[in-house]
Design a protein around this ligand. Structure first.
Ligand code: DLL
Length: 433
């Protein structure tokens, strides 16, 4: 089922007309209603009258996370706060948190895009969804909740955590859909096995997994362990929360709802549009949001984009899985390292579990050291020391071949690395730079 067929399957020419009209309107709206945007447009030498088509978007200035922090709490709002129905806040590691607000219409838009996402994944009205994303300031819980309500699902608002209870509720209520982070899905499967249950016998047939990077190898493992269709849902609080893009049942890229969230891919080094088909940083403009519309927001997420029509009939462009972030790249001994490169190696090696952690430290002699802690399967750990030694060498050699920084690999017993009920923390950088 396609939730909003009019927009999701619109002929590209018509879509472009809508996007053009909407961009002109939102440019003029923020210029008139948000002094911070007026100042940014003026500094860039552009005025709303210059924006006549979606192609003019490149004339507009970017918005960054720093703009949001610097104008905390309400500086980037385009409406009076009395019109704001809800606020979400995400805490950063430094400085002000990132705060976003929604008018009533924004909440309706959010509900609509998440309803689209749920339908993309194969949800049908009347299905039950176990929503194990955290409720509260994190947008995962309420975002999925709003969308599920809008499309006529029965929501089980269990939130994240209390894993044994999650499994009891699943057995009792037989929900067809599970929504949570991919790392939590794996943890639920592990807990089920520990309780003597067979996770493959779960009632879940569809997974709505996102909020953190996960590879195709992790997808295969989740599908195998939980016996369901694991789909990828993407979004970020600044734009709306979950519901910016979503895979359909073909799992061949995430459909961006581009009538409302216009995507561009830029080369983060030059800030110019990336070459057709090349990976780059995803930049999004919210075309219809009211409380805090964002113009050319730099997501820092690295993706590719495919403009071909999908077999499901939707016409919107499709994003690849998120390949990394411009800011989670670590530089070690002058070499750029993305955690996803390490995950790519680990998941291809037999005997390695799903859990790993990368710890970067600066040793007393001033040299950086990367240690990769890897959980190995029970059977391997009970094997001879020689087997462990060989596995460790194999992992090290393969990572070194990909990264050429020289890493230290430490194998640890199953269940040593802390499990996450939400976003998992794969990278710990202990250097004080
Ligand atoms: O994580 C919104 C969300 C909730 C998305 C539930 C999907 C499901 P933030 O907490 O603001 O919002 O974090 C946004 O998380 O810029 C990405 O780096 C990362 N992220 C989100 N979805 C995915 C995904 C929510 N499917 C940041 N794959 C984004 C990889 C993701 N990374």
């Amino acid at each position: 089922m396609i939730w909003n067929e009019e927009f999701e399957c619109m002929a590209l020419e018509d879509l472009k007309n809508f996007q053009s009209e909407r961009l002109a309107r939102i440019a003029s709206y923020v210029y008139t209603n948000c002094p911070v945007y007026k100042a940014k447009f003026d500094a860039a030498g552009v005025c709303p009258g210059d924006i006549r088509s979606i192609d003019d978007i490149v004339k507009l200035p970017f918005t960054t996370k720093d703009d949001m922090r610097d104008n905390y709490p309400f500086g980037l709002f385009s409406v009076h706060t009395k019109h704001v129905s809800a606020i979400h806040v995400s805490s950063g590691t430094t400085g002000n948190p990132t705060l976003v607000g929604y008018t009533k219409d924004d909440i309706e838009l959010w509900s609509d895009v998440v309803a689209r996402a749920l339908c993309c994944a194969g949800a049908e009205p009347g299905d039950r969804i176990q929503n194990a994303y955290g409720y509260g300031f994190f947008t995962g819980g309420l975002g999925l909740h709003y969308g599920a309500m809008a499309m006529g699902l029965t929501v089980i608002p269990i939130s994240s955590g209390q894993t044994k209870r999650q499994l009891k509720i699943m057995q009792d209520l037989q929900p067809r859909i599970l929504s949570c982070t991919p790392s939590y899905a794996l943890y639920i499967a592990e807990e089920a096995r520990d309780m003597g249950l067979d996770p493959r016998q779960s009632s879940w047939q569809i997974g709505m997994f996102g909020a953190e990077p996960w590879s195709e190898a992790i997808r295969r493992d989740i599908e195998e362990e939980l016996n369901l269709l694991a789909t990828d849902i993407y979004g970020l609080s600044e734009i709306i929360g979950p519901g910016v893009s979503q895979e359909c049942t073909y799992k061949d890229g995430l459909h961006v709802f581009s009538d409302v969230f216009f995507p561009e891919i830029i080369d983060p080094a030059t800030n110019q549009p990336a070459a057709e088909g090349a990976d780059g940083e995803l930049v999004i403009t919210t075309l219809t949001k009211q409380a805090i519309p964002l113009i050319r927001y730099r997501t820092r997420d690295i993706v590719g984009m495919n403009n071909a029509r999908c077999r499901c009939g939707r016409t919107s462009p499709r994003l690849s899985k998120i390949k990394g972030r411009t800011d989670d790249m670590i530089v070690v001994k002058g070499i750029n390292v993305f955690p996803s490169q390490i995950e790519g190696v680990l998941m291809g090696i037999d005997g390695v579990g799903h859990q790993y952690q990368i710890v970067v430290d600066r040793k007393s002699h001033g040299l950086d050291e990367v240690e990769v802690l890897v959980e190995v399967e029970e059977s391997i750990f009970s094997d001879e020391v020689k087997v462990l030694g060989e596995l460790q060498k194999k992992i090290k050699n393969q990572i070194d071949a990909v990264l050429s920084v020289g890493v230290k690999v430490t194998l640890v017993e199953p269940k040593t690395i802390e499990r996450s009920m939400g976003k998992s923390k794969r990278l710990i950088d202990r250097r004080t730079l």
